[in-house]
Design a protein around this ligand. Structure first.
Ligand code: GLU
Length: 326
């Protein structure tokens, strides 16, 4: 990249170039274990980023709606930390990476709690303690929080929600296991219903970029200036995203891209460049580890071009700053 052009032309060109280069990659498979997800066309590919100044840059199908799925997990975790405090949340769910699959029926050895909030057991534990604290209004609060982070009113995808309810036996089993372990007190069905709903919130790549930018902005949405999460909640959330956000590909991701992120089986991915920007991506075909393949490659390209890795020789994002200054 040359730095003689202003941000409003260089960043769009960078995203458009990545979109063009990666959009034809045929590999990966659209998730089908939740039947309603299988209908998503595999060629959709949306990229977006929102800077800490609120500048939104996008390419491809960046406004195509899809369900947030596991990308919801960091945001309910941050909400729970804000509402209930770290001690209560940490009693319900740990912060350790887990070797087993994201939907494994396991708890931390010797502790009656899931390994971390980025796997299903951990996210259902978080849903359970939110349901304990907020009662029947819990989903309204989750939706309002996600909407504030995205900077617009989000809605529930009813078809995907029904599909999750109809087929989510494993998640139900996890909820029962957690309730039996005393992680939360509401009936297991109420906890898992909140989890199914949070996963079925409809977003776009632009929304995920804004939600990521809210975490990058230490909890404040850069476009609306709405204060969505507190500083400590954001710090804990970014920490578990960095270590546990990409299923079994988390270690590989940290080496290749090196910023906190979370992916979901709907093809969404959010990545956070601390203090600088949020990245939102959407590409339904998933790799072996369950991560959206083209989105991963696009993030790797962005990280290389802009110097985003946490352990860059220069300060992370140093190649982005001149672009933002114009
Ligand atoms: N609702 C999905 C499930 O529980 C989310 C999984 C994911 O995106 O990792 O299976």
């Amino acid at each position: 990249m040359t730095d003689s052009q202003p941000a409003d032309s260089q960043l769009p060109r960078l995203l458009a170039g990545l979109h063009e280069r990666l959009r034809k990659i045929p590999d990966g498979a659209v998730a089908s274990y939740i039947p309603a997800l299988a209908a998503m066309p595999p060629d959709l590919f949306g990229l977006a980023l929102q800077t800490s100044q609120g500048l939104l840059v996008e390419a491809g199908e960046s406004r195509h709606p899809f369900t947030i799925q596991s990308v919801s997990k960091p945001f309910t975790y941050a909400l729970a930390l804000d509402l209930l405090g770290r001690d209560r949340v940490r009693a319900a769910v740990g912060v350790q990476p887990m070797a087993e699959a994201f939907n494994a029926l396991v708890l931390e050895p010797g502790r009656n709690r899931p390994f971390n909030p980025m796997v299903n057991a951990g996210a259902i534990a978080v849903a359970g303690i939110l349901r304990d604290a907020l009662g029947a209004n819990a989903f309204d609060r989750v939706l309002a929080t996600f909407s504030a982070a995205a900077g617009r009113a989000l809605t529930l995808d009813q078809a995907v929600y029904r599909s999750e309810v109809e087929t989510g036996e494993r998640n139900r089993a996890l909820a029962h296991l957690l309730r039996a372990a005393g992680v939360f007190h509401v009936p297991a069905e109420q906890a898992v219903d909140l989890y199914f709903r949070q996963c079925s919130i409809q977003v776009t790549a632009c929304d995920l970029a804004a939600m990521g930018a809210t975490l990058a902005g230490v909890g404040t949405n850069p476009a609306t200036r709405s204060e969505v999460f507190g500083v400590e909640a954001v710090r804990d959330t970014l920490s578990v995203m960095l270590t546990c956000g990409l299923y079994d590909g988390a270690g590989d991701w940290v080496c290749r891209v090196g910023v906190p992120a979370k992916s979901g089986v709907g093809g969404g991915l959010v990545a956070v460049v601390n203090r600088l920007m949020g990245i939102g991506m959407f590409s339904p075909p998933l790799d072996q580890a369950g991560n959206p393949l083209r989105a991963l490659l696009a993030c790797e390209g962005l990280a290389e071009e802009l110097g985003l890795h946490l352990f860059e020789a220069s300060n992370p994002g140093s190649r982005l700053l001149p672009l933002l200054a114009g």
